[in-house]
Design a protein. Structure first.
Length: 306
């Protein structure tokens, strides 16, 4: 379990966390540590089980828990990084994103208007938008219980790489979103996004709390990247691959029908997923060549099975 793959992930997670808190300090912001109690408690509760399972050679559960914990901690740090980085105040990319949409014939207000005329379809796609969360949990379980541990490790690395690429792009190309740029009425969650986004850019958001986090990334669409990576992770399982393609295609479509994203965001999300997969493939031989040790050995002893 303790191998190059896990070391790389922990390094990427650590760099993300350090960058987040350095930017918090730079912008005079604070983090509400008590709001992270659930995440901290989850790690504290499950990490010992991962160590014990790995020491007892119960690799499926050890890999599942380790992958899950990596994603929990990374998600927390990444969300904080988006908040801490927004006050960098890079120029808004909305005019450029609108121009890109116009060049390919995409007009978000028209899409939103059509959805308003078909509430059943709109609601179905809204449900699809949020289905990426349970789909991710299903991927962790299915891949984690597979005898080929490389599949779960690959998925978690894809997720981390995709998150880092979208966040780096966001820091240089922030956008207020099509509902602000085009002026159509935002939904309540979109209104909260606008309040947080512009307060951060104005330096009027002093405290970052896990309980009040909103997704701030417009371009590229991380939801699109995420959905593609989830669907791709099921490619080895015929019984679920086709349904996952359909479901996550609906997720990608819903990023526009809900009014959240420009068409350019979706194209950026597709490109990000592709780059994440290609980087992972390039790294795979090196990651798999390293020595693998038990997690328990890091604590000075092996866990011996009875």
């Amino acid at each position: 379990m303790w191998n190059r793959d896990l070391k790389l992930k922990l390094w990427l997670i650590s760099v993300t966390g350090c960058a987040a808190f350095i930017l918090l300090l730079k912008h005079g912001m604070r983090f509400d540590y008590f709001s992270a109690a659930t995440a901290i408690g989850t790690v504290g509760l499950l990490l010992p089980f991962a160590v014990v399972f790995d020491g007892r050679k119960i690799s499926a559960f050890a890999n599942l828990l380790t992958g899950f914990l990596c994603m929990v901690v990374f998600n927390l740090f990444l969300a904080v990084l988006t908040y801490a980085g927004t006050p960098l105040n890079a120029p808004l990319a909305d005019p450029w994103l609108m121009a890109c949409d116009g060049a390919v014939g995409v007009h978000l207000p028209s899409i939103v208007a059509v959805m308003a005329e078909h509430p059943g379809l709109r609601n179905a796609l809204s449900l699809a938008y949020f289905s990426v969360f349970p789909s991710t949990l299903l991927a962790l379980v299915v891949l984690g219980l597979d005898s080929d541990v490389r599949r779960l490790r690959e998925f978690v690395l894809h997720f981390i790489l995709g998150g880092l690429i979208t966040t780096l792009a966001f820091l240089f190309l922030p956008a207020a979103g099509p509902f602000h740029a085009y002026g159509y009425a935002p939904r309540p969650d979109q209104q909260r996004f606008l309040e947080h986004f512009f307060a951060l850019r104005a330096g009027e958001f002093p405290l970052v709390s896990v309980n009040r986090l909103e997704g701030l990334i417009t371009f590229p669409s991380f939801h699109t990247t995420w959905a593609i990576l989830v669907a791709y992770s099921f490619r080895h399982y015929r019984w679920v691959f086709a349904p996952m393609i359909v479901l996550n295609a609906a997720v990608v479509i819903s990023t526009m029908t809900t009014g959240w994203h420009y068409g350019a965001d979706v194209l950026g999300g597709i490109a990000t997923a592709t780059v994440s997969i290609l980087i992972s493939r390039r790294l795979a031989p090196w990651l798999q060549a390293g020595k693998e040790e038990s997690l328990a050995s890091l604590f000075g002893r092996e866990v011996v099975a009875n």
